[in-house]
Design a binder for this molecule. Structure first.
Ligand code: FES
Length: 129
């Protein structure tokens, strides 16, 4: 079973989904993995509280890039509330292979960046106040 997940990770690394930048994003956030200094940026287009488009950019190892690619697929079309509910288990389960603590940081970099971005978005319910 591990082989399947390894292939899946390599496929996302070699053929990343949603790689790039959004010119005028509603949400953009960038952060780094403190252990290696690799940086990742995620841009979102948000419409009616839903993720209409998402792109990621930056550099990092295969695990960080593959998990970012998978995460963008997971959140496209989801509401910001659903995005906020995502936890580290969702990412680690999707990757599907056991990871050392150092690699867990790599795997969770994209989630950390995403959360940094979505928690900076004003609550749409409060916009009219
Ligand atoms: Fe830098 Fe994995 S080694 S993100």
């Amino acid at each position: 079973m591990d082989d399947f997940y390894r292939e899946y990770i390599l496929d996302h690394y070699r053929n990343p989904r949603n790689r790039g930048v959004i010119e005028t994003p509603d949400v953009t956030y960038e952060d780094s993995n403190p252990l290696c200094g690799d940086e990742l940026r995620i841009d979102l287009l948000v419409k009616d509280n839903m993720v209409e488009d998402v792109k990621f950019s930056g550099k990092g190892c295969a695990i960080s890039q593959a998990s970012a690619s998978m995460l963008t697929e997971m959140i496209e079309g989801k509401s910001l509330d659903e995005v906020k509910q995502l936890g580290k288990e969702d990412i680690l389960e999707t990757l599907g292979i056991p990871l050392s603590p150092v690699r867990v940081k790599c795997a969770l970099l994209s989630l950390k960046v995403l959360k940094g971005g979505v928690y900076g978005v004003p609550d749409p319910d409060e916009e009219d106040l």
